[in-house]
Design a protein around this ligand. Structure first.
Ligand code: HEM
Length: 473
């Protein structure tokens, strides 16, 4: 391997690699984005690492990431192969997030984008759904009667209910108990995916033959897919082709239509993984952004007041917000964008892999190299933002106070693999956030310490638990 690597001229530089473990001990796996910032200072915006036998190249800063993910989109559209998953029988298909770049991924992504539209994204149907859920959320906040509470659980329920309705339909078959189990398993599965043990197993799949290690590493994931399988089965048993209750029914119709096509990527097993992907990618991300949002509002009460002033002026105190209001609310839009930028909830995006030999900024990157797009380095790029490490909504306002788009705003990534849930997430963020601030003023409870604006990393970057008071306005 080292011989082959030496023969690559212009391969990106990086720290010295040790036998077997490569550079794994030189990265803080609990805060890899921070280690990358340090390595950037030493090796520049493109550097290489070695996870045991795997070549990894980390891309940093807007210029580099745009060249790779946008200008050379296809070269960087693949996903690394995780040998570990071949040992997990429920992972034999690839769903969408982990699917290799190719016809099957294209078919599934096209389906998801069009199914999201069919079930309301970008239309009034989704707005109505989120508005209704926002009402329940406000009632739950009101029931705290101004007492201190942690909003995490209530926000997570609200966001999950939306993805549940789109996926399973409103007249859902899942019972409250199933729903809570699903959310708990999602949380636990996410923890299983991050951290040193899983990284080690991904790098050395042979370790999976150690008795009991699979159960230790992936117990919750296995349970999660078991539950999703049961839900799909229940849907299938009650499925009427004339009535599509949600993405699951639309998918089952596709499985039926293509049952004689041996090249079809639609199957019930793949459906389970696709639903898992939608829940995993669509719940935690939006919930964390809203959690960052409320946190920044209590830490910056002047910003909160300005958002409320704009809401009162444009929407008033009673009518629920609509998406069309956004056009007249530049300050609120800027605040939501700034929450996403500073919250930086997917700091390292998802790993990509080169689909062919390619080049970035003159560096040679061979086919099959794992690529880490350090999105955090774009959202906090010192060459692009006036105050990269501070909460400063003015980043998204022009001299006249109008909303100003910024090219460095890339929380949903870019290129072929970009997030298909962006529009859904934007709708949820605007409608939930503005409805909450229309109803309540959020405060740090008396005698409570000021919450930290720091976050912790486990695939996503989330705030530490905090308590707030929601005071009726
Ligand atoms: C992928 C961010 C919400 C579904 C991604 C990626 C990022 C991201 C950074 C990686 C793209 C890449 O590989 O380059 C976010 C953020 C969200 C959000 C910040 C909310 C604030 C959602 C929602 C859904 C969703 C609501 C549900 C529909 C997905 C899927 C992928 C993905 C399926 C994989 C796409 C592929 O591999 O082709 N997202 N996301 N996301 N996201 Fe989201």
């Amino acid at each position: 391997f080292m011989k082959r690597r030496r023969s690559w001229n212009r391969y990106p530089p990086g720290p010295a690699s040790f036998p077997f473990i490569g550079t794994m001990l030189q990265i803080d796996h609990n805060n890899p984005h921070l280690s990358f910032t340090q390595l950037c200072k030493k090796y520049g915006n493109i550097f290489s690492l070695q996870n045991c036998w795997n070549n990894v190249v980390v891309l940093n800063g807007f210029k580099v990431i745009k060249e790779a993910l946008v200008d050379k989109s296809e070269d960087f559209a693949d996903r690394p192969f995780f040998a570990v998953y071949t040992q997990l029988e429920y992972r034999k298909n690839h769903g969408l997030i982990l699917a290799k770049y190719g016809p099957s991924w294209k078919e599934q992504k096209r389906f998801i984008l069009s199914a999201l539209k069919d079930f309301g994204v970008g239309k009034k149907t989704l707005e109505d759904l989120v508005t209704e859920e926002a009402e329940h959320l406000c009632s739950s906040f009101s029931s705290k009667e101004g007492r201190p509470f942690d909003p995490h659980h209530l926000l997570n329920n609200a966001v999950s209910n939306i993805i549940c309705s789109i996926t399973f339909g409103k007249c859902s078959l899942y019972k409250e108990q199933n729903f809570q189990t699903l959310l708990n398993l999602l949380e636990e599965s996410k923890k299983e995916e991050s951290g040193f043990l899983t990284q080690l197993l991904h790098a050395i799949p042979a370790l999976l033959f150690i008795p009991g290690i699979m159960q230790k590493a992936f117990r919750h994931q296995k349970e999660l897919f078991g539950l999703l399988c049961d839900l799909v089965k229940m849907h299938k048993e009650t499925w009427l082709p004339s009535c599509k209750r949600g993405i699951v029914d639309a998918y089952l119709e596709e499985v039926e239509k293509r049952k004689n096509d041996e090249n079809s990527s639609f199957s019930e097993e793949n459906l389970t993984l696709i639903i898992g992907d939608l829940f995993a990618a669509g719940t935690e991300t939006t919930t964390s952004t809203l959690r960052w949002g409320l946190l920044y509002m209590v830490l910056h009460s002047n910003v909160q007041s300005k958002v409320q002033e704009e809401i009162d002026k444009v929407i008033g105190k009673n009518r629920p917000p609509k998406m069309e209001d956004q056009a007249k609310m530049p300050y609120t839009r800027a605040v939501i964008h700034e929450i996403q930028r500073v919250g930086d909830i997917v700091p390292l995006g998802l790993p990509h892999m080169t689909y062919r030999d390619t080049e970035v900024q003159g560096f040679f990157i061979p086919k099959g190299t794992t690529i880490v797009p350090n999105l955090s380095s774009v959202l906090k790029d010192e060459a692009m933002w006036e105050k990269p490490h501070h909460f400063h909504p003015e980043h998204f306002l022009d001299d006249k106070g109008q909303f100003a788009k910024q090219t460095g705003f890339m929380p949903f990534s870019a290129g072929r693999r970009a997030c298909p849930g962006e529009q859904l997430a934007r709708t949820e963020l605007f409608l939930f956030f503005s409805r909450l601030l229309q109803h309540f003023t959020f405060r740090i409870p008396e005698n409570h310490p000021r919450p930290s604006n720091d976050g912790y990393f486990a695939l996503t970057r989330t705030p530490y638990t905090y308590q707030i008071q929601a005071l009726l306005r």
